[in-house]
Ligand binder design. Structure first.
Ligand SMILES: *Cc1c(COP(=O)(O)O)cnc(C)c1O
Length: 494
């Protein structure tokens, strides 16, 4: 089969997997998507594989046949060499909810699941394309992507990486993790603006003519580590299969039994990866997308209207403080039966008016498979406390959105289907909020880590131990309007 990729907006020619990884985004501003029918996998053949083998099987279906051995090696490098625990994604239980912990990678963030692999996909793709220009990775981050990308690309040959984070939009720990990043090819820049500002500027950078000219002159090209890259999306499909098979192996479910997934969502890459797993044969009934007070996705899934003309809130679950949920574009593309012209119309409208509404038939298909809900900050705090008191499990603020929304959903619908909640952060990533929720005391971040550990017994995430003592290596702060200029000057230094 000829496995090519096209853009959700239909205006770019077909490219192969390696080009899609390297290019990052469609040259019409759309997102790259597989231009082939997603293959159905045979569950029985996969159920007993370890994570590396499972990842190889799942991911290589997106790659030309002869690429399988390369993918296998990349998966070993990412998941098999001690950067993750032996069980890459442990599945715990809190009451009747299964919790798949996606935060055991080298930066204690769920983003590690994909960003541990992306640099390997990038280097193998560069080799396949005989590319000798330097790749400059641009990443906007609401907190966790930045650190995970820095760690993934640090000192990777043929690449350099620039990470832009909103100065007021990330937690103290996230900031410290990033600005203490080591590596010869890394740079971390604080932006006076919010995450959407940073993400929009990075998206604009890819289409900017003056940057293109400078890149050509300096033998550089720009690529992305954001979840718009298919190389982020595809590795995330794996842990849906893995979580399912964990439950089968433990006899919690029978093979082929349908389950639900509840996903704390922002840019929607995580949840979309689950939906793709379903297209590949994973028995899933519904996806429940959970948000915080920035409830644009909840509104979309209940009305079919995506309306970004609303206030932006900074919340205690900052990785989900988002108004432009990029990966939704891919879902709309699939649900419109891959009608790129339609998607382009919607996205033009979103750009022009800040709002679009999908056609009734598209919305009907979406509603068949997705539910959604959100929690206020106060509800997040109550949920953390309630879950701990009832089950002994300590949720972080993001996972708490999922847990609370799942409980609401179960109550409203009486749906008893067994459900896996994806946990996207260690509680130690947001220790002040978690400690405040559990013990009603405001502590400074490092004291909160220590006392949270003492009182709950939950092990501190390894990457966070001693983090306060690491020297600050990155001091750049710029205005959101200066991002393009900044990138240009970085290119010119090469
Ligand atoms: C990135 C992130 C999310 C949102 O994931 P998306 O794939 O963007 O929907 C949720 N929680 C945490 C902690 C994250 O870092």
């Amino acid at each position: 089969m000829n496995k090519t990729y096209i853009s959700t907006r239909n205006l770019q020619k077909e490219i192969n997997f390696y080009q899609a990884i390297v290019q990052g985004i469609g040259d019409d501003g759309g997102l790259l998507v597989p231009n082939f029918d997603l293959p159905k996998l045979d569950l029985k053949q996969l159920v007993n594989l370890n994570y590396v083998e499972l990842a190889t099987e799942v991911i290589s279906t997106f790659v030309p046949d002869e690429g399988k051995e390369l993918i296998h090696q990349a998966c070993i490098n990412a998941y098999g060499k001690g950067l993750f625990p032996e069980i890459v994604v442990p599945v715990e239980k809190a009451g009747d909810v299964y919790i798949a912990e996606l935060f055991h990678g080298q930066t204690a963030a769920f983003k590690d699941m994909a960003l541990s692999l992306l640099p390997h996909l990038m280097t193998l793709s560069l080799k396949q394309l005989n590319e000798d220009r330097l790749v400059m990775i641009l990443a906007a981050t609401s907190g966790d992507t930045g650190k995970a990308a820095l760690e993934g690309f640090k000192d990777v040959e043929g690449t350099c990486i620039k990470v832009f984070y909103p100065l007021d939009g990330v937690s103290a720990i996230q900031q410290q993790q990033m600005i203490s990043q080591e590596g010869k090819n890394v740079k971390v820049i604080g932006i006076k603006g919010n995450f959407d500002d940073a993400q929009s500027a990075v998206k604009v950078a890819f289409g900017d003519a003056s940057l293109k000219e400078a890149s050509d002159q300096h033998h550089v090209f720009l690529s992305s580590a954001n979840s718009i890259n298919v190389g982020r999306l595809i590795p995330q499909i794996v842990y849906y299969f893995h979580s399912y098979f964990e439950l089968v192996r433990r006899k919690e479910i029978t093979m082929s039994e349908e389950i639900n997934f509840c996903v704390p969502s922002g840019n929607f890459g995580n949840c979309l990866a689950g939906w793709i797993a379903k297209q590949m044969g994973l028995p899933v009934k519904r996806f429940i997308a959970a948000s915080n007070k920035n409830n644009i996705l909840t509104d979309f899934f209940t009305t079919g209207k995506y309306d970004a003309n609303r206030e932006f809130y900074k919340t205690n679950a900052p990785a989900m403080d988002i108004l432009v949920s990029s990966n939704l574009e891919r879902l709309v593309w699939f649900m419109s039966n891959k009608d790129g012209n339609k998607v382009r119309e919607y996205m033009d409208k979103l750009k022009k008016d800040g709002v679009y509404e999908v056609d009734a038939d598209i919305f009907a298909r979406i509603q068949e498979e997705f539910s959604a809900g959100y929690l206020t900050e106060q509800q997040v705090m109550e949920t953390i406390k309630d879950c701990y008191e009832k089950t002994g499990y300590v949720l972080d603020t993001h996972t708490a959105c999922g847990y609370g929304v799942l409980k609401q959903y179960q109550k409203e619908t009486n749906d008893q289907t067994k459900t896996v909640l994806l946990s996207t952060a260690s509680p130690y990533k947001f220790p002040e909020s978690v400690y405040q929720a559990l013990f009603n005391e405001g502590l400074d971040v490092y004291e909160a880590i220590e006392k949270l550990h003492k009182k709950t017994g939950v092990a501190v995430a390894k990457p966070l131990i001693g983090i306060q003592d690491r020297p600050v290596l990155h001091h750049d702060h710029i205005d959101k309007t200066e991002i393009i200029h900044f990138i240009k000057s970085e290119i010119e230094k090469i």
